[in-house]
Design a protein around this ligand. Structure first.
Ligand code: G2I
Length: 480
């Protein structure tokens, strides 16, 4: 049973996590991370994705596999968005309809489409009280707990290396104003089910950011306070959590809260990314447009708000179509809300830091499961033209993810190329937001369509995953 009235918010962006920088430091690998938020100047991107990318963020949409044959739908998707969330295709009922028998057909279709078009994927959702297959609804106790961890392991392993961020746990808190956990069969397996899900997901796909996602947590209230306390506790005890998603389903009865930005910021201050994950705002005309603008500006004002996702493309695609809550009308035309969203994205913002400085006190109980990131001093953009490329490496036994922040100097760029040499034995298996020249040895990465044109001082990010030891040293950067 889903929420009667979803009123949440949330957002993510491509941001490096520098989770396991240990091996690199030990190997003399240089790990760079910009730690300061950098104000970016106003720009004039012409699509949602390219405009968001100018401040290092993404703009995504929930996508349904059965609409990938609709040319109007796909045309808008490919033109405007650089992140996708499968609307239903990666949920438990879809991926494991019978126990231990997995079906990835529709999820794979969306991932393939994303990869073929330079988009990344937010996985949604590994553990949730809703949309469970019938067999899981009928389980309890240790049988359900085992089924849940098996599900997380199998699905996260299947998509390993292909997911930017997973909604590991979805909607686990109660709406009653008591700050309690939601009663569910998963909750009744024990209060630690959430942290077990996160640890299990980390083991299965160490390269994915791991998020908690919920609605009605968009402003400061009893429910968001409870989520906040959980995240604070997880960070203190080293439970692997990287991000919090704010669904941001708004309507006249549940408007964008006035403390929306402040609420995002307080979560970011805990040392997690924040992401708007399911944005839709019922309404029309100027009022709707103003609300979209408010949400986008709030995200841009929070350096760790890494991106936004709208929950569908056209109004007719929405789970609540009668409320016309999206950016395109049923014919695929841009609405006033589209224009206000694009304008807000082009108004500049802060560049998300590749690594946030720790804001929480060191753990007093269990040690963190991963070593703290090694952070180099902030880099400054080149004074003249050109660009810089800074690496942030997340290394684990046998594999790595490297995030590269490209920062443009004093002159605007029409495109950029980053060059680096992989250590012997390293093989790239997946690259996003750039096109690599190869998979081993010396590799150059060229911008893709939506992130080549960048203004002076602007930055963008791409990344790649591979087997072996990730690249060391600095990367070269040239502009066109
Ligand atoms: O309810 C809105 C969202 C709230 N947060 C979590 C999201 O996962 C949730 O998405 C919605 C989808 O947009 C709907 O499309 O989740 C619903 C289910 O909880 C989805 O609805 C389902 C219907 O319940 C099914 O009957 C239907 O077969 O969509 C399915 C596919 O159209």
């Amino acid at each position: 049973m889903d929420k009667v009235l979803a009123r949440g918010s949330g957002t993510p962006t491509p941001r490096p996590r520098a989770r396991t920088a240990l091996t690199l430091a030990a190997a003399g690998v240089a790990v760079f991370a910009v730690t300061v938020a950098v104000a970016t100047s106003a720009s004039a991107g012409t699509t949602l994705g390219s405009s968001a990318a100018e401040s290092g963020r993404y703009f995504g949409a929930a996508v349904a596999a059965n609409k990938l044959s609709d040319s109007t739908y796909v045309g808008i998707l490919n033109r405007e968005f650089n992140m996708v969330t499968p609307e239903n295709e990666m949920k438990w009922d879809a991926t494991e309809p019978s126990q231990n028998q997995f079906n990835y057909t529709n999820g794979d279709r969306i991932v393939s489409h994303a990869q073929a078009n330079g988009m990344r994927v937010r996985g949604h959702a590994l553990a949730w009280h809703s949309q469970q297959p019938g067999w899981a609804q009928n389980l309890s106790g240790t049988a359900l707990r085992s089924a849940m961890t098996n599900h997380v392991t199998q699905v996260a392993t299947h998509y390993k290396g292909k997911i930017y961020a997973w909604d590991v746990v979805n909607e686990a808190f109660d709406d009653g104003g008591n700050g309690a956990r939601r009663d569910s069969n998963l909750q009744r397996t024990g209060n630690d089910w959430i942290e077990v899900a996160f640890r299990t997901a980390r083991t299965a796909d160490p390269g994915a950011k791991l998020c908690y996602n919920d609605y009605n947590t968009d402003g400061q209230n009893a429910k968001s306070n409870a989520v906040y306390a959980m995240v604070q506790d997880f960070k203190a005890r080293g439970v692997p959590i990287d991000c919090v998603g704010f669904q941001s389903h708004f309507n006249p009865n549940s408007p964008v809260p006035n403390d929306y930005q402040a609420n995002l910021q307080r979560f970011a201050n805990l040392g997690v990314d924040v992401q708007i994950t399911e944005l839709d705002i019922e309404g029309s005309g100027t009022a709707q447009a103003d609300n979209y603008s408010k949400v986008v500006k709030a995200c841009l004002a929070v350096s760790r708000c890494t991106g936004l996702t709208v929950w569908g493309i056209r109004d007719s695609d929405s789970w609540r179509a009668s409320g016309t809550p999206l950016l395109f009308d049923g014919n695929g035309n841009k609405k006033a809300a589209y224009t206000s969203t694009l304008n807000a994205l082009n108004g500049g913002g802060t560049t998300p830091p590749t690594t946030a400085p720790p804001t929480t006190t060191p753990p007093t109980t269990a040690p963190p499961t991963t070593a703290p990131p090694t952070t180099a001093p902030p880099t400054t953009p080149p004074a003249g033209g050109g660009c810089t490329a800074t690496l942030s490496l997340n290394q684990w036994q046998g594999g790595f993810v490297t995030y590269v922040t490209v920062k443009i100097g004093a002159s605007p760029a029409n495109g950029w190329t980053v060059g680096l040499t992989l250590p012997s034995g390293a093989v790239i298996t997946n690259t996003w937001s750039a096109t690599p020249s190869g998979t081993t040895g010396t590799v150059t990465f060229r911008n893709v369509d939506y992130n080549g044109q960048l203004g002076a001082g602007a930055s963008t990010e791409f990344g790649f995953q591979g087997n072996g030891v990730g690249p060391s040293g600095t990367a070269t950067c040239t502009v066109r």
